[in-house]
Design a protein around this ligand. Sequence first.
Ligand code: FE2
Length: 239
Amino acid sequence: MTGFIPRDRRWHPPALTPDYKTSVKRSPSFAPLSFPTSLPEETGPMFRDDMLGPNDSDLIHNFAKAGESAVGPRIIVHGRVIDEFGRPVPNTLVEVWQANAGGRYRHKKESYLAPLDPNFGGCGRVVTDDHGYYEFRTIQPGPYPWPNTMNDWRPAHIHFSVFGHSFAQRLITQMYFEGDPLIWKCPIVDTIPTREGIESLVAALDMSRAIPMDSLAYKFDIVLRGRRQTHFENRPEGL
Ligand SMILES: [Fe+2]
C-alpha cells in the first residue's frame, strides 16, 4: 500500500485537557504560527550504529560501576520503527529515558522520596538496523506520584524520542507495560481519546524474547504517521 494517508485529528488528545493540570498552562492561547523549516532541519542529522558507545543501549550497565549493575527487574525492550505502510525506518536514533526501579529520576529537580540507585543513570540510545529493528536492555521502572490532584500516580513508563530522518521529524512518546492497572487511572494517559490509541503505547510481554534466568522482554513497535500511528506527545497531528 502506498499513497497519502491524511491526518486523523481524532487520534490525539486536544492540547487543553484540564484534568491534566499542566496542560492548562502549556496549551497555546493563540492560533499557532507556521514557520518554514530550513534545509538542515529537513535533511539531517544522519545516524549510524557505529556512532554510539558500546553500552549506550544497556541501561543496566551504562551508568554502573565496573562489575556492578542497576537494581530492578531486568528487561529487554525491542521492536521495530515502521512507517504507515509497514516499511522499516532504518538508521533512526531511538533515545530513551526513565525513572529507576523505585520510580525516581536522576534529575536535580526530582523531589520524590524514593532513593537514587547509584548504578542507574536512566537514559540510553540505539540506532535502528536495516530492518527498522531496535533493542535495548534496562530495568523496569517503578511508578511514581506526581502533583496533579490529591493522589495521582504515573504508570511505569519509558520515554521515547524517535528522530526519523531529520530534526524536523523528531517524535516523542511514552511506552507503558502490559497489565499495569495504573495505565487506566492516569490523567495523562486519559487525555488520549480512544482505547486503541492508548493500547498503541502498551508494550506486550514477549516471553519468546526473554532470556531464561536473566531478563524478561517487552515488544514495542513504533509506527510513524498514518492510521496505525503511535500516539506522540509533540506532534498532535502526526508528521
Ligand atoms: Fe516520566
